[in-house]
Design a protein. Structure first.
Length: 66
């Protein structure tokens, strides 16, 4: 049986982390625009996609259920 061990932790340089965050934000914006232009495709994504496309309320911004 294989044993899994945790690899040693690595420090990610700030520049790399920031570039990855920027790339993630670009991808998120791309998909939001794609779903806004194609509502049928957005429906296939289910409730998570619908939540991304709905305007934020003050409560949902802070994770408060209403």
């Amino acid at each position: 049986m294989l044993e899994f061990t945790n690899p040693p932790r690595k420090i990610i340089p700030q520049e790399l982390m920031l570039s990855r965050l920027a790339q993630s934000e670009q991808m998120r914006e791309f998909f939001i625009q794609m779903w806004l232009q194609n509502p049928a495709l957005a429906k296939q994504g289910g409730s998570k996609v619908q939540n991304l496309l709905s305007p934020l309320t003050e409560h949902s911004r802070f994770g408060i259920a209403h």
